[in-house]
Design a protein around this ligand. Structure first.
Ligand code: SAH
Length: 253
């Protein structure tokens, strides 16, 4: 009997942002293959007695090769188990969920993808700004700042759209990104914001301008995982954030 795989988005950190579908899948799981961006608060929903395997591959750290994760997922499902592949944010936003679905399809294993709240959306909320604001822009661009994946990015073309850029995996290369965006013609005074560890206890934000972004990130030691939001929509972030209710005001439990 073949098992079943749920590819589940765990959201950015706060367990209250899990979907009901995610909680139900975790409650059914016999094996959980878990990214290291996923916090303990999410794992409390895993069924008692289930095996939890950490298969993190955080940038710069030792990692479990993608092929190994996929083989493990397929093997456990072939043993008839209910497997949850738990990923930070949404499985299909820079999450390699596509490759994992292909592996499951090729192996003939039934699966379901469960959305999670992606870091970009949580970051915008933390900053108190909409990513799209009718008066300012007609869209937003989600893009990676990671060297290898972002190596072919045509920053000039992206800047020319006038849309806000929401950059994943950008902190490690922030100097190069800042230079590339200035070179691509973005205004030096363009508002730029960063949010690290969004929705977690150690969440931090900063709001500055493009030409000061890398310096501010270094000075504030604002580190990965973080989202950068660069564009007019970030202008009101400083004021709006101050006006937000404290995180501590969240419902308990
Ligand atoms: N699938 C994830 C993204 C994985 S790529 C999602 O949908 O959110 C990893 C990058 O996501 C990090 O480098 C960072 O840019 C961003 N990220 C993930 N979790 C984050 C968090 N809690 N706070 C800020 N950024 C986060």
């Amino acid at each position: 009997m073949t098992g079943f795989v749920y590819l589940v988005g765990a959201g950015p950190g706060d367990p209250e942002l899990l979907t009901l579908k995610a909680v139900k899948a975790l409650a059914r799981a016999e094996v959980v293959l878990c990214d290291d961006l996923v916090g303990e608060g999410v794992l409390v929903h895993v069924r008692a007695g289930a095996r939890i395997v950490r298969v993190g591959k955080r940038g710069g750290c030792r990692s479990t090769p993608q092929e190994f994760i996929q083989r493990l997922m397929v093997r456990e499902a072939r043993r008839g188990r209910v497997v949850v592949r738990l990923k930070g944010g949404d499985p299909f936003v820079f999450g390699r969920g596509g490759e994992e679905c292909e592996a499951l399809r090729a192996a003939g294993i039934p699966f379901e993808v469960v959305n999670g709240i992606t870091a970009a959306l949580a970051a915008a909320t933390a900053l108190g700004i909409p990513l799209t604001h009718r008066a300012l822009c007609h869209g937003a661009i989600l893009v990676t700042g990671h060297e290898r994946e972002g190596g072919k990015t045509d920053w000039r073309a992206l800047v020319a759209t006038g849309l806000p850029l929401v950059i994943y995996m950008g902190v490690a290369r922030c100097e190069a990104l800042q230079a590339a965006l200035l070179e691509a013609g973005m205004a030096p005074a363009m508002p730029a914001a960063a949010v690290s560890n969004v929705t977690r206890a150690d969440e931090r934000c900063l709001v500055t301008r493009l030409d000061r972004l890398a310096g501010s990130l270094r000075r504030e030691a604002l580190a990965s995982p973080a989202i950068l939001v660069i564009g007019e929509v970030a202008r009101s972030a400083a004021g709006n954030r101050a006006a937000l209710p404290l995180r501590a005001a969240r419902l308990p439990g």
